[in-house]
Design a protein around this ligand. Structure first.
Ligand code: ZN
Length: 473
């Protein structure tokens, strides 16, 4: 090829690339006073093909003010004008309520086309305020991968979130609101990934984070929290011990008597993490063409993912986006820590503290979930069930998913596959049922746990392909 032809060829290739590649430019159809329309990289990084039509209805509607916070136990209404933890009367979890009736008809599901590929594409049903940008690192709108092994199964891969787990969604919403309220210090107990996510979003917001995690969390959680600049306390105990320590220190330090103390963002002890995680429910609907699946399998530690999705389904119905049908909601827990499974099997409406909780799937090592009554209610209403997976099964499923699907899941996520296989074997699901299996996090954060678990089980699997270490030549 002579030089001239080569140049022309390069120019053609360059043109083809330009036509095919995402464009970085402001979204048309968005008013200048829309939240974060000026600087947010996320809002501007849009695929050309996804851009809304000029003069379309895709612009973000004026921000929703929170109508009130509602107690999930007694139904009392509390104000969202200042930070709240739980219902002061009965300790019930608080749900954020919006004026969805006034949004119905104005916000249509087709208006979402072309919006930012993060959870903030659902801005109208998230807590945010005019003129304030959310604290975002690009969380949400994760891939819905069709399974290669099971034709009607999808893997919702939450491992691709910032900090590698679904926890990013909840912390994006919670830290956005913390900054709105002017809170300076946030504290949370964590089984691992929530701590890493809080640390990252607090760093992005310029807020201090105090994290209490068991001393044997995955190495990645410990190191990431430290690097994000959080104050990390390692506890010789479980997440329940960490939670108690946070509560004791907050009482001692006197929040809310003065605003310099810590604010507790523990799972379900503040109302906004649910709001972030509910976007998984919106995404399941949108990514499956607004037809909900027959089943959703969700690894359940604290259970907020499932609680959030259920809330999302109700909201979407109120908006007129979906009908009254719901997926069967399946909880999967570790056999070494399965309080929800036990309560479900015994027909109880709340769980008991699981004694001697042990599993290498650290996110499932939650001996009693604060929102257990909500989770059990959702399983019942949806016609779902609860399943346990042993550590050995989770490890094998992690390897199976990696080798069959190309998805390197967290052991908690791989538990979804274990549950699905058990429910297919029992006839609960058939090959015709569309089922979404949630991989809640990336396996890359669990390398030390996986290696230790393999050694513990002394099971050099027959499928291993690593031949051994050879020297340099
Ligand atoms: Zn209450």
């Amino acid at each position: 090829m002579i030089a001239g032809e080569r140049k022309a060829d390069l120019a053609r290739n360059s043109k083809a690339w330009d036509d095919a590649s995402p464009k970085v430019e402001p979204i048309r159809g968005m008013p200048h006073d829309a939240p974060w329309s000026d600087q947010s990289r996320c809002w501007q990084l849009q695929a050309k093909s996804q851009q809304p039509r000029a003069n379309s209805q895709n612009a973000i509607l004026p921000s929703m003010r929170i109508s009130y916070l509602e107690c999930t136990r007694c139904g009392d209404h509390l104000t969202g004008d200042h930070p709240q933890n739980i219902c002061p009367k009965d300790g019930g979890v608080l749900y954020v309520r919006y004026d969805l009736a006034s949004l119905k008809g104005k916000l249509r599901r087709e208006d979402l086309a072309g919006r930012v590929a993060s959870m903030w594409r659902y801005a109208e049903v998230l807590p945010e305020f005019p003129g304030e940008k959310p604290v975002t690192l690009g969380e949400g709108f994760t891939p819905m991968l069709p399974s290669r092994e099971y034709p009607k199964v999808y893997i919702k891969d939450e491992g691709l979130n910032p900090t590698g787990s679904f926890k990013a969604r909840g912390m994006s919403a919670a830290v956005t609101m913390a900054r709105h309220y002017g809170l300076k210090r946030l504290a949370a107990p964590s089984a691992g990934n929530a701590g890493g996510a809080l640390a990252a979003y607090a760093a992005a917001a310029g807020i201090e984070a105090y994290i209490f995690m068991p001393k044997d969390v995955p190495m990645a959680n410990r190191i990431e929290s430290d690097y994000f600049g959080a104050h990390v306390t390692l506890v010789d105990g479980l997440i329940s011990d960490c939670g108690r320590m946070v509560a004791e220190r907050i009482n001692k330090d006197g929040w809310p008597k003065n605003n310099d103390g810590w604010f507790d963002v523990s799972t379900l002890k503040e109302p906004f993490r649910v709001e972030g995680k509910k976007t998984m429910g919106y995404e399941v609907a949108e990514q499956l063409g607004w037809k909900l699946p027959q089943g959703i399998v969700y690894p359940t530690g604290g259970g907020v993912g499932m609680i959030g999705m259920w809330k999302a389904f109700d909201e979407m119905q109120e908006l007129g986006w979906i009908g009254s049908e719901r997926p069967k909601m399946i909880t999967v827990q570790a056999a070494g820590c399965a309080p929800i499974v036990k309560a479900w099997e015994e027909g109880k409406s709340a769980s008991e503290m699981w004694p001697g909780a042990t599993t290498f799937a650290s996110g499932l090592r939650v001996p009693k979930a604060y929102g257990d009554y909500l989770i059990l209610d959702i399983i019942k209403k949806s016609g779902g069930t609860a399943v346990a997976a042993t550590d050995e099964e989770m490890l094998a499923a992690t390897r199976h998913w990696a080798s069959k699907e190309g998805v390197f899941a967290a052991p908690e996520g791989a538990a979804s596959l274990v549950a699905y296989q058990k429910l297919r074997a029992s006839g609960f699901f058939t090959a015709d049922d569309t089922v979404v299996l949630f991989n809640t996090g990336t396996g890359y954060k669990y390398l030390d746990m996986m290696e230790a678990q393999e050694k513990k089980l002394e099971s050099a699997p027959a499928t291993r392909h690593i031949g051994g270490i050879i020297g340099p030549y």
